[in-house]
Design a protein around this ligand. Structure first.
Ligand code: PLP
Length: 401
């Protein structure tokens, strides 16, 4: 379905008469959680316990050998020469920008339909987030929008690989090269995703990942990483994450404490071995959803770009009367979510940036329509079928499966 079609969706609920149709829907008992981490972890519990036991045994709690091992494994997985493990994905973005020398008075271009952390990291460098609108089909940065936001203060671009689909990197990299800008990829939702065969996170100067528990590669708490092929940048970020230390108690610069825990690294090493298979299962469920929902005029399904291998961290459909649809699905036992109800430029926290509603019509329209359906590797065919049937009932289509 085209982005144009999505934009022509009228969010005025009355015109659809959905509210009255929703009232007659029968309740069923099946429960489909939005995410089932317990099911995801169940097959490896013994392995996790053993690995955590080893961390305890060796007291390697903050940094240390488990972290170094995971850094090597993750760098190899991404095809990058360096991975620097940090405390979370927000730290990863912040330290990557600091390491590139972004600071006071600089501008960094990103997108408004992302998690607030992308903009927070820019602000925490005392730089200014500048937004550009997104492509209506991929929901990622529209490279054609970059030119009009360029100023002499622009220093970097942060494309966000939203929901697990990489942004259109070639034109973004070309624009950056032509204008002497750094590119930091926000790959927090895109572990293992690919752009023309290249792994997300490895195309810019740095790629930033979150290992928040619900991510495709998730820790047992907070964790993140930066990948980069630039050895000097890697060295700088390693110092910044560890109080600016070049060696113990010798501080070359003012840093912060953004280290990863040994326990998180030990867990991530185990989960990394299963990531490719888990991403394939997500792709299978996404294809099942998209095939089954394809006949419904009221639903727009996500589009995988020809350049991408999407890893469906989030499977977001677009519907009118999104909040009502979500509420009805929840009443039928289906966990759903909205990523994200308010685009970043309209958040109270960004009021000082001076953006008004209407500044980014595509991002704003998507925020009104997005509805994320249950998506995790262990989702069963029966659960997918149930979700599709309920979506069909809720939006008023005929039975779809
Ligand atoms: C797009 C994006 N960027 C950055 C982050 C920040 O990661 P963390 O929560 O690990 O700090 C997230 C986490 O949800 C994210 O989705």
């Amino acid at each position: 379905m085209s982005g144009q079609a999505s934009l022509s969706l009228d969010v005025a609920s009355e015109a659809l008469g959905l509210s009255s149709r929703l009232q007659g829907i029968t309740k069923r008992n099946m429960k489909v959680p939005f995410l089932d981490l317990k099911a995801h972890h169940a097959p490896y519990i013994e392995e996790f316990n053993r690995a955590i036991g080893e961390v305890i045994e060796t007291s390697a709690f903050a940094g240390g050998p488990f972290v170094e091992k995971f850094e090597q494994e993750f760098a190899e997985f991404c095809g990058s020469s360096n991975a620097i493990a940090v405390g979370n994905g927000t730290d990863a973005l912040w330290l990557a920008l600091l390491g590139l020398g972004i600071g006071e008075g600089d501008e960094v271009i990103t997108v408004p339909n992302t998690f607030i952390a992308t903009a927070e990291a820019i602000s925490y460098c005392n730089a200014r987030p500048v937004f550009v609108d997104v492509d209506p089909d991929t929901f990622t940065m529209n490279p054609a929008e970059l030119e009009k936001s360029l100023t002499e203060r622009t220093k970097a671009i942060i494309p966000v690989h939203l929901f697990g689909q990489p942004a259109d990197m070639d034109p973004i990299l070309e624009f950056a090269r032509a204008n002497g800008l750094f590119v930091v990829e926000d790959a927090a939702q895109a572990h293992g995703a690919e752009y023309k065969g290249r792994k997300a996170g490895t195309m810019g100067d740095a790629g930033c990942f979150s290992f928040y528990p619900g991510k495709n590669l998730g820790a047992f708490g907070e964790a993140g990483a930066v990948v980069t092929n630039d050895p000097e940048l890697a060295k700088q970020i390693r110092m910044l994450r560890d109080h600016g230390q070049s060696r113990k108690y010798y501080h070359s610069l003012m840093g912060w404490n953004c280290r990863m825990d040994g326990i998180q690294a030990a867990v991530l090493s185990i989960k990394l071995r299963h990531l490719t298979e888990a991403n394939s299962l997500r792709r299978k469920h996404a294809a099942e959803y998209s095939n089954a929902l394809a006949g419904m005029d009221e639903v727009l399904t996500p589009v995988e770009s020809t350049y991408a291998r999407h890893v469906y961290h989030v499977y977001a459909i677009r519907v009118r009367e999104r909040d009502l649809v979500a509420q009805n699905l929840q009443e039928k036992g289906i966990g759903c979510a909205v990523h994200y109800p308010v685009p970043v430029h309209l958040q109270d926290a960004c009021r000082n940036l001076g953006y008004k509603r209407g500044a980014f019509p595509i991002a704003e329209s998507l925020a009104e329509q997005f509805l994320s359906l249950p998506m995790f590797p262990e989702l069963t065919g029966e659960q997918v079928e149930y979700v599709v049937r309920c979506v069909g009932e809720v939006v008023g289509a005929e039975a779809l499966v």
